[in-house]
Design a protein. Sequence first.
Length: 73
Amino acid sequence: MSSRQLFACPHCNAKMKVTASKLEASLFRVSYFQCSNVFCGFTARGEFAITHQVSPSNMPNPDVNLDVFRKTA
Ligand SMILES: [Zn+2]
């Protein structure tokens, strides 16, 4: 997991740290977040999903069927 900040705490705006992250399926990850501000103490669960193909793979997996993303406007 990169150290790039994914979210700020929605309550106090401090950095949220990823405390655990599990790949549940090839296109779906669940992560748990903890606010770095000890006086806040907020923790949360989040979900990340690959939802669309922007450009195709040169090594396509036949089990992966994603809608093609089309940029609007
Ligand atoms: Zn917080």
